[in-house]
Design a protein around this ligand. Sequence first.
Ligand SMILES: [Fe+2]
Length: 346
Amino acid sequence: MGRADTHLHTEYSGFNKLGVMKFPESVTQPERQVDRMRELGMDVMAITDHDEIAGAFIAERYARNFDDIEVIVGEEVTTADGEVIGLFLNEKIPYGLPVEETIDIIRSQGGLAIAPHPFSMHAPGLQERILDLDIDGFEIVNGGHPDLYANMFATLVMDRYPGRWAEMSGSDAHSIYTSGYNWTEFSGSTAEDFRRAVLSKSTIAVGKPAPVFGQVQWSVDVVLGGQKLLFQSLLGRLKNVPHDHLIEKINSITDLKKATAIFAGMLYVVPPLSFIATVLSTSYLKKTAKAMTTWIPERLVDIDEIIKLVDARGGPGAGGGELGEIAAAVAKMEECRGHVPGMGRL
Ligand SMILES: [Fe+2]
């Protein structure tokens, strides 16, 4: 069986926001992700940066130097409805479009459409919308979801309808520290074998999310890598690289902001603080997962109802407008989240 990790990020993934603080999604170079995947013995990998494809092309070119790994060019696209991953792409896909339109563009490039972390409680998953979309598969293991709900619920839905979707397991690694704990197995060893396995829904999702320690290493990696770039930029030694939004952004902020960010970073990397921050967010997610778990039987009944309606009108992606039942189920999920203390709406 071949092994694939088809959900990986690099420094081309841009920024995320935590309150008022903006931080890089990743400071890992595309080449390093390829090296890491080779060390781990993966046969196939995909770079799926947020709304960017340049890093994937760099990895793909670099991987041509080796005969033990193949890189699929992918993108994790932010749509108006949640995130969707396109694999086997040739061109960058614009973000912010309705998810149906985004999937049409993926298809027009001959690509595969995968829903990452569909039932996430903290990332933009597509939730029940996956039921009526022309997707090839969805993640039942996402490495960035150590909580007890998102992956478990996705597995329940997948197992309820065998052969309907390809099961996927992606590390969602934003550094080299959170990969290697989970991957997708497929018959064969090449990227084309992987594509065939997804299309025939014969993939096997393996592993579990990275341990909390890996998440701490990632956050420290981001801070240290960010500080290095900020420092170089402060000295005027950081050159812009086409499509590298991280470097572009760092060069565009004022020197005062750069210095402040370096100082804030120094406070964060003091071990107790970074560890406490990670443990606190993990325990918070645990609480949320517990609240969501009580609603599982009811949510599965709703999903069965929606699948019946979807099939009655010709299957996923048959169109004819969005089913009101899906909108109602998503609204119900958001309401449920809204009742969890401290949890905002998506
Ligand atoms: Fe991701």
